[in-house]
Design a protein around this ligand. Structure first.
Ligand code: GLP
Length: 242
């Protein structure tokens, strides 16, 4: 695992952008795993800019998002599909038919197995972008007693509901469950890029990437990934002994 400490949020975003744009240029038909949250917004802004200037094309790229809230329709402003459309897909030359976000509304028995199958049929994920929850979650894999393997439905931790309520009108509006790729799905990606910024992430960055590997800190498993890059700003790196 490589840990890159940058000076600022902008520099963190630029380094992660370099990883993604470099892959898209080298392999225009690559499969990207994408993340929501406030952390990757700067990366998406850069990808949109590169596409607008003609430096990058998503015409042949396929994407799979990590997760989606249960019960939110794609048109719901709080859904992760809406987030991805608004921050990236609507502004680049991607074929929307190649963009995948788990179906949070109308979850059926096949929702999770279908998602796993589609990822496999696409040839697997070349690069998975990840943010980091304050409790160490990746996607919506919450701390628990084991590492969930495949895409599954999960009950959100109280701390996650609390943290994500900042983006909703009221905490009561935050869905209590979600569909998320499993830890096995994420670990199967050929490359993983994790981004984290701000002082609020400093403690969990230290625990996840320098502490013991345990399902109580789901992101800690990434220490065992053969090609994982963690890109943090100085504030998020404050507790690392580098
Ligand atoms: C959510 C998402 C995660 C994301 C995390 C951190 O819970 N499911 O994928 O990484 O929040 O979000 P932020 O980047 O806003 O700190």
């Amino acid at each position: 695992m490589q840990i890159i400490v940058t000076e600022s949020y902008d520099e963190m975003s630029a380094r992660a952008f370099d990883e993604i744009s470099g892959l898209v240029q080298a392999n225009p038909a690559c499969v990207l795993g994408l993340a929501t949250g406030t952390t990757p917004i700067g990366i998406y802004e850069r990808l949109v800019g590169a596409c607008a200037s003609g430096a990058l094309s998503f015409a042949h790229v396929t994407t799979f998002n990590l997760d989606e809230y249960c019960g939110l329709a794609p048109a719901d402003k709080q859904s992760y599909r809406f987030f991805m459309d608004t921050h990236l897909f609507n502004h680049v030359d991607i074929d929307k038919g190649r963009t995948h976000v788990p179906a949070g509304d109308g979850v059926s028995d096949n929702t999770c197995t279908d998602y796993e199958r589609m990822i496999k049929e696409a040839g697997g994920i070349d690069l998975q972008l990840l943010g980091l929850g304050h409790n160490g979650h990746i996607g919506f894999n919450e701390p628990c007693e084991f590492f969930p393997k495949e895409t599954h439905e999960v009950s959100l931790a109280e701390s996650t509901i609390q943290a994500n309520s900042r983006l909703f009108d009221s905490i009561d509006d935050v869905p209590r469950s979600a569909i998320t790729m499993g830890i096995g799905t994420i670990m199967a990606a050929r490359k993983v890029v994790v981004v984290a910024n701000g002082a609020g992430k400093a403690a969990i960055v230290k625990r996840a990437f320098t502490g013991p590997v345990t399902p109580e800190v789901p992101a800690s498993i990434l220490q065992f990934h053969p090609d994982a890059v963690v890109i943090v700003d100085a504030a998020a790196a404050a507790e690392l002994a580098l």
